[in-house]
Design a protein around this ligand. Structure first.
Ligand code: HEC
Length: 197
């Protein structure tokens, strides 16, 4: 049997490995450069932080066959309109609180985290908050003291995590902003809160 076939030679496979690695590296670099602007706040799918000054609806998009966020009329969070810089600072404080208290130890955010508790991506729009008028205060109260039983969707309980009043307000801002991100319909079959008028 011949042993000098070109495809069996060591140098052929060495060169192939180098080319495949090189081309993959370039493709990954291009994809990274292409992705970064698409996942930054202020882009088409990830709205700027001041979106928390507006109503966020979650409606079925026939053409894409998924539910998608729609930015609606002015509806400032906690009744106070914020500048882009103020909104960014508040959302950042909320995100830091979520990290510091390790909410992802039980919850998922944008699908990442643990599966003990509900995904929080659209928690702001969850119909379990009852009415849109009181939801922001209910959320603040719930995050500070989940034992208040106002919320019970899955029969499991959330512990009290010593979240301060300021931190809870910031977390709600973070959740409102996150709910405005177009996630291609994730999480699926989500039932949003009624906020018609
Ligand atoms: C030990 C696990 C655990 C940790 C840690 C935890 N949670 Fe929860 N959380 C739960 C459970 C369980 C529920 C569902 C409770 C219910 O429906 O009564 C829940 C429910 C919620 C809800 C309501 C979700 C919805 O869709 O309406 C929000 C908002 C929430 N948690 C926020 C947080 C935040 C913010 C943190 C971090 C500060 C956090 N949770 C940390 C277990 C946890």
């Amino acid at each position: 049997m011949a042993t000098n076939q070109w495809w069996a030679s060591e140098s052929f496979w060495r060169k192939t490995a180098i080319w495949v690695t090189g081309v993959s590296l370039i493709v990954l670099m291009i994809l990274t450069v292409d992705t970064l602007p698409q996942i930054s706040a202020g882009s088409k799918r990830v709205p700027a932080y001041s979106v928390i000054n507006y109503r966020i609806d979650y409606v079925f998009d026939e053409t894409r066959n998924v539910q998608a966020p729609v930015i609606g009329v002015k509806e400032p969070l906690f009744g106070k309109e914020l500048s882009e810089a103020e909104a960014e600072a508040l959302v950042a404080h909320g995100k830091l609180t979520v990290q510091a208290k390790n909410c992802m130890g039980c919850h998922t955010l944008l699908g990442n985290g643990a599966y003990y508790a509900p995904d929080l991506t659209k928690a702001w729009l969850d119909q379990y908050w009852g009415s849109k008028e009181v939801r922001e205060e209910l959320m603040v109260d719930f995050i500070k003291d989940p034992s208040n039983k106002l919320h019970n969707s899955i029969g499991r309980r959330m512990p009290k995590l010593a979240v301060t009043d300021d931190e809870a307000h910031a977390v709600v801002a973070f959740l409102k902003w996150m709910s405005s991100i177009d996630t291609n319909g994730f999480p699926y079959n989500f039932k949003p809160i009624e906020q018609e008028n």
